[in-house]
Design a protein around this ligand. Structure first.
Ligand SMILES: NC(=O)c1ccc[n+]([C@@H]2O[C@H](COP(=O)([O-])OP(=O)(O)OC[C@H]3O[C@@H](n4cnc5c(N)ncnc54)[C@H](O)[C@@H]3O)[C@@H](O)[C@H]2O)c1
Length: 256
């Protein structure tokens, strides 16, 4: 029997026009979820919504949202709640990746990466707390193996993702008595615009290599669909006893 873990659940997913967010949206829709797709790329999110309606007969609404803008983050939650007046799962997935030598990383680069990848999540969760409290909902945020291990030529990115992990664990503790779960997923390298779209850094030290997946039958770089099941699991009631977890999904890229 097909899984229907998201029947009657409203799921808000940021960064859902492409890549990991798109794959996760399709997976949750296939399991009966009602989606709200928030992205800077509104046309892309609308296309995902149309695919959901066509392939699964489900409801999905797209809303414009810029994670770099505090007002937009807070307004986005109000707009999302206007659709169904409830929120069961919030998936904070929008993110950007900038690569450069640390010495050439400007304060502006640093601030933008932190704003999009971390500070937006503070504003979103803060604004969504009353709705999450009412539904005893849950939050899944996209971190990265970079947030656990660090990564050369992307210190701001790694710092932002380490922040996502710390925020997740802190809120899991603080809101456990309210019944709200908080978890994070740490993807390794995944075949998306963000994961493979950037040119190598000039004069990159060749001794600092990208670590490929070691998993039998898998390509060296993961596919967005390899991640979707992990997000769906954590957002579902199958994970009702899971909070404060950081799930690494990297095809054994970082072990060993
Ligand atoms: N691809 C990888 O190798 C990898 C590895 C670890 C973590 N991640 C994380 O996974 C998440 C998804 O990335 P992806 O690989 O699917 O990349 P992607 O570029 O395919 O998708 C990112 C999505 O976020 C949206 N977005 C970007 N900036 C935004 C903003 N300011 N406001 C609103 N939306 C914005 C984009 O429009 C896009 O739809 C990110 O948080 C990323 O850091 C990716």
């Amino acid at each position: 029997m097909a899984l229907r873990r998201f029947d009657n659940k409203v799921v808000l997913l940021t960064g859902s026009a492409a890549g990991i967010g798109r794959a996760t949206a399709l997976r949750i829709a296939a399991e009966g979820g009602t989606l709200i797709l928030a992205d800077r790329n509104l046309a892309g999110a609308q296309q995902v919504a149309a695919t959901i309606a066509r392939d699964f007969g489900g409801r999905a609404d797209a809303i414009a949202y810029d994670a770099a803008d505090v007002t937009s983050s807070r307004r986005m939650i109000d707009n999302a709640l206007a659709f169904h007046n409830r929120l069961d799962c919030l998936i904070n997935n929008a993110g950007i990746y900038r690569r450069n030598h640390f010495a050439e990383t400007t304060g502006e680069d640093w601030s933008l990466v932190l704003a999009v990848n971390l500070t937006s999540i503070y504003h979103i969760i803060h604004q969504a707390l009353p709705a999450l409290t009412a539904s005893r909902g849950n939050v899944v945020s996209t971190a990265s193996t970079a947030g656990l291990e660090g990564i050369a030529y992307a210190a701001a990115y790694a710092a932002s993702k380490a922040g996502v992990i710390a925020l997740t664990k802190s809120l899991a503790t603080e809101y456990a008595p309210a019944g709200i779960r908080f978890n994070a997923v740490c993807p390794g390298r995944v075949r998306t615009d963000l994961g493979i779209g950037l040119a190598p850094v000039e004069n990159q030290n060749p001794q600092i290599a990208v670590r490929p997946s070691k998993l039998l039958g898998k390509t060296e770089t993961g596919e967005p669909e390899d991640l979707a099941g992990a997000f769906a699991y954590l957002a579902s009631d199958d994970a009702c006893y899971v909070s404060g977890s950081v799930l690494v999904v990297d095809g054994a890229q970082t072990v060993g």
